[in-house]
Design a protein around this ligand. Structure first.
Ligand SMILES: [Fe+2]
Length: 215
């Protein structure tokens, strides 16, 4: 039987946020973060392959936030969901244009890990979706896009990273107040999906790093 590497035994809002900092710190040392800050980004083919791989994740991210909006009936969450969708809508097409509409890569692991987030918008509740979207996807995007923008802006090939580098710190915080006053058992499910979300995100980013440097 497959189980979480660290089953959640103790859970609270404070622990949820503390754990997220731990996941985020670990992400700073990931293969993708090392790659984006390495000399390998001086190679144009590597940069193109990086963007071709990010396109897959970006396309699924759009599906994820649209599905979240479509299936949200809770007025408390809806304002956050809609504001976030408005700020993100169509960004994947901007990347497509900057890539001159090249065919993106296809890899089963990248496809499956990126699609997992969209699938979870059909099965989770609003609080759990908020954890996946803001504490996992936006927190990691904030770290990655800030570093990527500094590197990629020298080449003038895309400004896709610029808008994210500016907006994602705010996107990470969106909705966290809606997670602050839940019952004790709820935090167990939130911290479980948090761990699963970071696992999937890390698997996707490892695959993006690999595909960026291997043809
Ligand atoms: Fe964002």
């Amino acid at each position: 039987m497959v189980t979480l590497d660290r089953p959640v035994r103790e859970a609270s809002f404070e622990l949820l946020l503390k754990e997220n900092q731990r996941f985020a710190e670990r992400y700073r040392g990931s293969n993708l973060m090392c790659l984006i800050q390495s000399k390998q980004m001086e190679d144009k083919e590597n940069r193109e392959r990086l963007l071709d791989s990010i396109q897959i994740f970006s396309d699924y991210f759009q599906k994820t936030i649209m599905l979240r909006s479509v299936f949200c009936d809770d007025l408390e969450f809806l304002s956050v969901v809609q504001l976030h969708l408005n700020e993100e809508f169509g960004h994947n097409f901007k990347l497509m244009k900057d890539r001159k509409y090249r065919a993106p890569v296809w890899h089963p692991v990248l496809e499956a890990t990126a699609a997992w987030f969209a699938w979870k918008m059909l099965t989770l509740d609003n609080a759990e979706k908020t954890v996946l979207i803001h504490l996992v996807l936006e927190a990691s995007a904030n770290i990655f896009f800030s570093a990527a923008h500094k590197v990629m802006c020298d080449y003038g090939e895309t400004d896709y990273f610029e808008v994210h580098a500016q907006a994602d710190a705010e996107h990470e915080q969106m909705g966290s107040e809606l997670l602050a006053r839940l019952c004790a058992e709820k935090y167990v499910s939130l911290m479980t999906i948090q761990q699963q979300g970071w696992d999937m995100l890390n698997a996707a980013c490892d695959q993006i790093a690999y595909l960026s440097t291997h043809s």
